[in-house]
Each structure stands twice: as C-alpha cells, then as structure tokens.
Design a protein around this ligand. Sequence first.
Ligand SMILES: CC(C)(COP(=O)(O)OP(=O)(O)OC[C@H]1O[C@@H](n2cnc3c(N)ncnc32)[C@H](O)[C@@H]1OP(=O)(O)O)[C@@H](O)C(=O)NCCC(=O)NCCS
Length: 172
Amino acid sequence: MQSIRLLLPADAASYRALRLRALREHPEAFTSSFEEETVRPLNWSAQRLSANPARPHDAFLGAFLDGALVGMVGLQGRYRAKERHNASVVGMFVAPEAGGLGLGRALLQELLGRARALAALEQLDLTVTQGNERAQALYERCGFTVCGVLPHAIKVDGRDFSKIHMVLRLRG
Ligand SMILES: CC(C)(COP(=O)(O)OP(=O)(O)OC[C@H]1O[C@@H](n2cnc3c(N)ncnc32)[C@H](O)[C@@H]1OP(=O)(O)O)[C@@H](O)C(=O)NCCC(=O)NCCS
C-alpha cells in the first residue's frame, strides 16, 4: 500500500537513512554531499522535520510503501522580506526499488497542493542537474518550466555538472 504524508521529528532516523542513501547513490543529482551530511547528528534531521514558526513554508513529505519510507521531497521557503513569496523544491528522491510506481509524481503533486494553500507563496523554483532527464520530465509534467542554466554549477569527483533552473507560478 502507498501513502504520502508530512514527515515529523519521529521519522528522523528513517529520513536520515534515506537521505544519506540518496546522496551516496546519486552524488551528481544533489548539491548537498554525502560527506557533509553523514557527520551531522540525528538531531539535525529531527530539527529539519520540526515545525518552526520562523519558517512556516518549510515541510518535508515522505512516500511510504507498505509502511517503509521509500521517497521524499522538501519545500524550503525563503524568508527575507523581498523574496518571501518564493520557495524551493528540494531533495526529491524515490528509492529505485519503488521507482516507476508514480511516487515521485504523487510526492510533487502533494507538495504543490500544500504550496498553493500557503497564501504568501507565489512561485516555486528548483534546480535539476543537466542530463537528469527523468527528473526534469517529471517537473515539466507538473508544470515547471526551464528559466535558465547555471554552467559548471557543481563539481562531483572533479567533474563539472550544469544545473537547470526551473520555475512554477502558483498564482498571479
Ligand atoms: C526522479 C525520481 C524522483 C522519479 O521518481 P519515480 O517515483 O520513479 O517517478 P514516477 O514513478 O512518479 O514517474 C515520474 C514520471 O517519469 C516517467 N519516467 C520514467 N522513467 C523515465 C525516463 N527514463 N525518462 C523520462 N521519464 C521517465 C514516468 O513515466 C512518469 O511519468 P508520468 O507521471 O507521466 O506517468 C527518481 O527516479 C529519483 O529519485 N532519482 C534519483 C534522484 C534524483 O534524480 N532526484 C531528483 C533531484 S532534482
């Protein structure tokens, strides 16, 4: 059975394990690195999943298959006065054994629903590594459009990758 729900501090251990797996297995897909995150304590993950009144747009969703966390995606707001209407979609991952079941799309649709319900939010952005056609196609099917490319955006084992920037207007 599949389900999508908000991740809570009690999910910190499984969230951390899945996130580290994503970073280890797909280093070119994420700007964060396994090496940076593996040294962070479990409490760091619990904090990330805690409701924070100073960061009201932030949320992480999990996809569960038969009770096990197999996918996740996050929304991270920006809170300076001039850019408060923006938030970024971050950390999208579905474990390969649960891939192709529609969980990536379900996670994103649920996140977009939450974002649309936040009155102050007007647009979402994300970055996807150039060449990650599966992820880019998923974002395009959910309404994101390409707005630019940052060449040489990340270096993984000495190899440069460009990042495609994508945007989705929520309203206006
Ligand atoms: C990208 C990713 C999240 C997709 O997750 P998923 O659960 O397999 O995705 P879904 O099953 O919802 O499929 C999404 C769509 O991609 C399509 N798809 C499947 N394989 C594809 C491929 N090789 N190329 C293009 N599209 C593909 C599916 O048909 C589906 O389309 P639909 O919604 O119109 O039916 C997952 O593969 C992943 O975590 N990859 C590694 C990490 C990563 O790249 N994260 C993104 C960082 S920006």
